[in-house]
Design a protein around this ligand. Structure first.
Ligand SMILES: Nc1ncnc2c1ncn2[C@@H]1O[C@H](COP(=O)(O)OP(=O)(O)OP(=O)(O)O)[C@@H](O)[C@H]1O
Ligand SMILES: [Zn+2]
Length: 695
């Protein structure tokens, strides 16, 4: 007897699928085949169009607006329990906030193998592969006694855990103040309650392998799983399932971890909360930090945002007492002191202007030599990888531009005597032309410097010193970052040259000098957040110096042509609050975030005019729409700062409002017209980005 002949009621499930059609899809639940009742959050297999795919049950009902006979049956059920309710709720919120369908939010958050029905059998079997042995830190953090400030913060957070209420807390502590140890001690307490889970988010895991071992070392009897994009499909599927089943107590991950299913989540930590990597830059452009706060609220649990240089938004909320601010004002380790910050005005340094090639002031070179003699380590920070950012023909002015992007092709040294040109935006790689393509002149010169050139110069200048370079190029191979950072910690390096990779959260013990040679460029960016980012980066890099008693008084030397620029002067006095206060006042004056809310509408096409026309029309129609809110402003439609990437030209328009609801309404109206415009103008791509961080 088939199900429909059965006298029992027909059950219909509404299913979220990963596609842009903004609705849920009805399927029949065939009780006889599936054997159990449907539940919200179940992962199921269905057929959509002619394709088999995986979806998530969002609701269950008895009637459908569609003809029952035409509905398809659910084809299978993933062998795991339904996704946690708070994850479903958060996905529903994110879908409406970021203007995407629920399926577009929820499905990509499920690891790939769990989205393939034919892998389900395999996944339910135990994996045979050996678990990677972690190099657990010998000196367990267990033995370190917290200082008074740390203890007070831990007690404060424990009280909040006990009260089982939502709270958002900002742990703002100077670099090296022991923020990690502080939150680990709190989490230890949280985990005393059986079955509890905690989520620790960090910007990067591959580059900070010690993080995993520190955490495992702090909780030897708890199961830790990591979630990040560097895992194999199988590991990611297993780790995710382990969190979902409640078997893992500690989930350590990058931004994607906020989308994990954790049924017993009791606390969330967002370490380095100001870091840009918490914002997803493709697909659903969510902010993992903002979702963490939303999720904590929904679950009535505490969330802790941690930073030495909080984002202005977070800092402002704390100043206004919406978040509680917890402060660590001193370095924690014995005899470690913050470095002295010195600004070297390179306009005054004749040597540099004459031989601008290497860019080191005599002062910085002397300091490096002195440090080598003392057997201490130095860091040189330059946020540009490659050899030179561009090559040029001195005769006619030709420069190495990318054909597909509005960007220069960067010169990279790939072997001792071989160099290539490479575009950092579209990945195009070319050989260096033998002669200038425009005038035939054979003398093409590298202009400016990147990490490779600086490394080359240092090797020549300090032949007996051991120089290491750390950037995206030297850390690409699996295990190479581990080796490089391992070498630094083992004292097997005198000078480390690197991009911002060397700054993030590393606890170096022997670095007592940091040199910053080329940071001025970001002072003149059109992005209003550039100054904030520069300050945070420099504060982070400066914070790597003087972290133990070994180093003595450490020093940071910043070379600049603009020693009076705000990020530098506040850095010099170590005044994070002063800098943020000044920024806040500026933004308030001109009504920028956090004093307004923004959305950026992007359009792209082979020609910039098509992209601009589409946005202009959508803007005109939107403004004429009767639902268009009053208190919303629109910028002009303009080309993006970097117009062309990978052959596509890009335009943007910024929508701004002091009121969140008005902005949301405006986005909805605009989305409607963009969809309409898009059907008229084939080939113009578009998306709306809520709370953009790069403008
Ligand atoms: N109470 C303490 N007594 C002694 N050492 C401590 C104490 N707390 C932390 N430390 C040590 O201080 C060092 C810096 O701590 P940690 O890396 O947690 O600082 P942080 O605030 O996270 O720094 P950053 O923001 O610069 O990454 C570590 O080596 C840590 O073990
Ligand atoms: Zn390119």
């Amino acid at each position: 007897m088939s199900f429909l002949q059965n006298s029992e009621k027909q059950i219909i499930v509404e299913v979220a699928l990963d596609n842009p059609i903004n609705k849920l899809f009805d399927y029949r639940w065939n009780n006889l085949c599936l054997d159990i009742k449907p539940q919200r959050g179940q992962i199921i297999a269905v057929n959509f169009g002619r394709k088999d795919c995986v979806g998530v049950v969002m609701s269950i009902k008895e009637r459908s607006d569609y003809d029952l006979d035409k509905l398809k049956d659910v084809q299978g059920l993933a062998p795991i329990s339904p996704l946690s309710e708070d994850l479903l709720g958060m996905s529903e919120f994110a879908a409406s906030y970021y203007q995407r369908t629920i399926g577009e939010v929820l499905l990509p958050a499920i690891p790939k193998l769990w989205r393939q029905k034919n892998k389900w059998d395999l996944l339910s079997k135990e994996k045979r592969k050996k678990k990677k042995e972690l190099d657990i830190k010998e000196t367990s953090t267990k033995e370190i006694a917290l200082n008074t400030q740390q203890q007070e913060i831990v007690s404060n957070l424990i009280a909040k855990t006990v009260s089982q209420e939502y709270s958002c807390n900002l742990l703002q502590g100077v670099t090296g103040s022991g923020k990690t140890l502080t939150y680990l001690r709190w989490l230890e307490k949280v985990l005393e309650t059986p079955d509890s889970q905690v989520l620790i988010m960090v910007p990067e895991i591959n580059l900070t392998p010690q993080m995993e071992s520190t955490i495992q070392g702090a909780f030897p009897n708890k199961k830790v799983v990591v979630l990040h994009s560097g895992l194999t499909d199988r590991s990611r599927a297993d780790h995710w399932a382990c969190a979902h089943a409640g078997d893992a107590q500690i989930i350590l991950g990058t931004r994607m971890a906020i989308m994990a299913s954790m049924p017993n989540l009791k606390a969330i930590v967002v370490d380095e909360e100001h870091d840009l990597s918490y914002k997803q830059q493709e697909g659903v452009r969510y902010s993992a930090r903002d979702l963490a706060i939303w999720r904590a609220k929904k679950l009535s649990i505490p969330v802790l945002l941690v930073s030495a240089t909080p984002s202005l938004e977070t800092w402002f909320h704390a100043e206004e007492s919406r978040y509680q601010k917890l402060t660590l004002s001193n370095r924690a380790a014995k005899d470690s002191e913050p470095p002295i910050i010195e600004l070297v005005d390179i306009k005054q340094d004749r040597k540099i202007s004459q031989q601008s090639d290497h860019g080191f002031s005599a002062y910085l070179l002397e300091a490096l030599q002195k440090n080598i003699d003392l057997g201490l380590q130095s860091l040189i920070y330059i946020n540009r990888r490659g050899y030179s950012p561009v090559i040029s023909c001195e005769a006619c002015g030709w420069i190495s531009d990318c054909q597909k992007c509005s960007a220069h092709m960067v010169l990279h040294k790939i072997a001792e005597h071989k160099k290539n040109l490479c575009c950092h935006h579209c990945g195009l790689i070319k050989q260096i032309p033998k002669a200038c393509p425009d005038c035939g002149n054979a003398d093409l010169q590298p202009i400016g410097k990147g990490t490779q050139k600086v490394e080359e110069f240092l090797v020549k200048t300090f032949p007996r010193a051991k120089i290491l370079r750390i950037d995206a190029d030297t850390t690409r191979k699996k295990g190479s970052a581990d080796n490089l950072f391992g070498a630094i910690h083992d004292g097997d390096a005198d000078i480390i040259v690197g991009t911002q990779m060397i700054t993030k959260g590393h606890d170096y013990k022997a670095v007592s000098l940091v040199g910053v040679i080329d940071a001025d460029a970001s002072l003149f960016s059109q992005d209003f957040r550039a100054g904030e980012r520069l300050f945070a980066q420099l504060m982070q890099v400066a914070g790597r110096a003087g972290r133990s008693e070994k180093t003595g008084q450490s020093k940071v030397i910043i070379q600049t042509r603009y020693p009076n620029a705000a990020p530098y002067t506040y850095l010099k006095t170590n005044d994070v609050d002063g800098f943020l206060e000044e920024l806040k006042n500026e933004r308030e004056l001109v009504g920028l975030p956090p004093f307004s809310y923004q959305a950026l509408v992007h359009a792209e096409h082979k020609t910039i005019m098509a992209a601009i026309d589409m946005l202009r029309e959508a803007v005109n129609f939107s403004k004429a729409d009767q639902n268009w809110p009053q208190n919303v402003s629109l910028s002009d439609v303009i080309p993006r700062a970097m117009v062309r990437v990978a052959g596509k030209e890009r335009a943007q328009v910024l929508i701004e409002s002091g009121n969140r609801q008005s902005l949301q309404l405006a986005i909805q109206v605009m989305q409607h017209y963009l969809t309409e415009q898009n059907t008229k103008r084939k080939g113009v791509g578009w998306y709306i980005e809520r709370d953009p961080i790069l403008i």
